[in-house]
Design a protein around this ligand. Structure first.
Ligand code: FES
Length: 77
């Protein structure tokens, strides 16, 4: 039997990104994207958060999880 607080800590998704903030929010203006494809992290393990650095691959191997990035694609006009 685990105390309630311990159970909640074990279920944290964000382990180290901007822990000083009460909520992590990122805003990206799509019009400012300079390249056609950008990958944003959804595993919360990227060292370049909010941009994906492929840390999800190691996370998935270690945990059996299946998370991956959000890929934004911009059409060139
Ligand atoms: Fe987090 Fe790729 S590093 S989704």
């Amino acid at each position: 039997f685990l105390p309630k607080k311990k159970k909640q800590r074990d279920s944290l998704i964000n382990l180290k990104i901007q822990k000083e903030n009460p909520k992590v929010v990122n805003e990206i203006d799509i019009e400012d994207l300079k390249i056609t494809n950008v990958c944003y992290c959804r595993c919360w393990r990227s060292k370049t958060f909010p941009v994906c650095d492929k840390s999800h691959i190691k996370h998935n191997e270690l945990t059996g999880d299946n998370v991956g990035p959000l890929i934004l694609k911009k059409k060139i006009r």
